[in-house]
Design a protein around this ligand. Structure first.
Ligand code: AMP
Ligand code: MG
Length: 344
């Protein structure tokens, strides 16, 4: 009799959003799966053509718009009161000069939601807000758009934040190899992390589920660290100096998107370094670029702070004003890396 009672008690205390069978988890999985199918379809047929350059000079493709439309619609349908803080909006897409682009977004969204109209697609994209709340989702419909355009790594990243804490992080990486020992083997990883309940990797259909754990390596000599492909997004030269100080002998694993958090979580890299690039000193990290990855790495036993050792702030705004750069480690090495980062 005792065990079931205890079990009931535990379940009652547990937050809904961290229960593996909660509507939050099931909805997040379905939404990201559908969005990644759309992205892969576009990737296969258009090879990433048809993009707009945004005012910050970053590219946005029909896949970014389609992915955001699908995920926002899916979440709002199940959780009508929830806010979704997302990267894109449909303002430019609604302009007459971009009518052709909008038609293509609608064409691809209709493969999944056949009755979608132009207006509906724009309004689903515009469900994305820039205002945070006590409980909100944050979405990067394609993180690593430059990687997507190069047919390299990219991710659909979605997180649920309650009272400033990331409760659920999900990240679909359609181009990421499943097994580090077989980089030419099967591709497509769905990462899921639930606060207090661990971090998991599945295939894109939700099969082959396995628990993730960071590397226990204490001597970095033979271990890998990871960083952005884009030198505008991180200071590669400084990373090299830090790696030398830590006695890391291997070259960096350069990878686009939050997939980097995934490879630390599964023990393939001991560190992910993101020291701000000197070419863009004013740049501030955005919450949708880190929330999902953060939980995936932490729940696998890793540690994530900024490069000063401060906790990441997901509650003050879209821009992480209180943080400077990002440091992800296997935990064991965190303080050593913080020290190495401080040396001039
Ligand atoms: P990554 O693939 O790790 O290089 O990161 C891609 C993300 O970097 C994009 O989603 C952008 O939001 C973000 N980004 C854009 N400009 C910068 C910058 N100057 N510094 C750091 N991140 C940036
Ligand atoms: Mg991004």
């Amino acid at each position: 009799m005792e065990t079931p009672l205890l079990f009931l008690f535990c379940r009652k205390k547990m937050s809904l959003s961290t229960d593996e069978n909660s509507p939050e988890v099931l909805t997040a999985i379905q939404a990201t799966q559908m969005a990644s199918r759309l992205c892969q379809k576009i990737r296969g047929e258009l090879a990433g053509r048809n993009s707009i350059t945004k005012s910050d000079r970053s590219p946005v493709t029909i896949a970014d718009f389609g992915s955001q439309a699908i995920v926002c619609k899916w979440i709002k349908e199940t959780f009508p009161d929830d806010i979704i803080v997302a990267e894109e909006d449909a303002e430019e897409l609604r302009e007459e000069v971009h009518a052709n682009l909008l038609d293509q977004v609608v064409h691809y969204v209709r493969l999944f939601l056949p009755s979608a109209s132009r207006e509906q697609v724009c309004s689903w994209i515009d469900l994305g807000s820039r205002v945070l709340a006590d409980r909100f989702w944050t979405l990067d419909p394609i993180d690593g758009t430059k990687g997507f355009l190069r047919n390299d790594q990219y991710a659909i990243a979605l997180a649920l934040i309650e009272k400033g804490q990331v409760k659920l992080g999900i990240m679909a990486c359609p181009n990421l190899y499943q097994d580090k020992d077989r980089p030419e083997g099967e591709k497509g990883c769905l990462f899921l992390a639930l606060k207090g309940r661990g971090s998991f990797q599945m295939d894109m259909d939700g099969g082959k589920k396995r628990v993730l754990a960071v590397s226990k390596v204490e001597d970095p000599w033979d271990a890998f660290f990871t960083e952005s492909v884009e030198s505008d997004h991180a200071d590669h030269l400084f990373h090299r100096r830090v790696a030398e100080r830590l006695n890391i002998s291997k070259p960096p694993l350069r990878m686009d998107s939050q997939a980097k958090y995934g490879i630390v979580a599964r023990g393939e890299a001991i560190l992910y370094l993101r020291v701000p690039s000197p070419s863009e000193p004013e740049y501030r990290e955005k919450i949708w670029d880190h929330a999902a990855g953060f939980l995936i790495a932490e729940e696998a036993g890793g540690k994530v702070t900024d490069i000063r050792g401060d906790p990441l702030d997901f509650s003050s705004g879209v821009e992480m004003e209180k943080n400077h750069g990002i440091l992800v480690s296997n935990g064991i090495l965190h303080d050593r890396v913080l020290k190495a980062l401080k040396l001039e």
